[in-house]
Ligand binder design. Sequence first.
Ligand SMILES: [Mg+2]
Length: 183
Amino acid sequence: MTKIFLDTEFTGLHQKTTLISMALVAETGEAFYAEFTDYDKLQITDWHKDNVLAKLWVTNKENIETKDDLLYVVGGSSTIRAALQKWITQFAFVEIWADVLAYDWVLFCELFGGAFGIPENIFYAPFDLATFFRLKNIIEPISKYDNDVKRFAYAGASMDKQHNALADARVELACYKKMMNEK
Ligand SMILES: [Mg+2]
């Protein structure tokens, strides 16, 4: 069984949101990264332009990562679904982790036409990094947004790539490893 850390960027925190980008990073080093061309442009705000679209490094042709274990794809949802279906076959069985994953997980399932359509080698239930932080008392809520933990700082990562899905998924893996090593 392989743990895979998922992150997505999308067009808004609401039910009609659409995928902008998606990354899956395996604990064993393999990575998948996709930038979607068919997200709903009408939902794009200035925040998305500055924080998400500006960090789509393939579309923007900048800072492209060239690691051998990375597969990246740019295209519409059907192209990305096909690439991901093929990429995931290299693993015998996987479980998916993500951070505050309600939107990520629904969008991941929707890419495959719903939860019953996800590949057979993926466990049906995702696991939430935020819950793991809570159980470790690293997150101890006192009001709506207070006493959360800054994931990039916790992972010791540079903030400049935050909201790039691949960078975010790698930070998730780093946070997971760090918590596993803490008593
Ligand atoms: Mg993200």
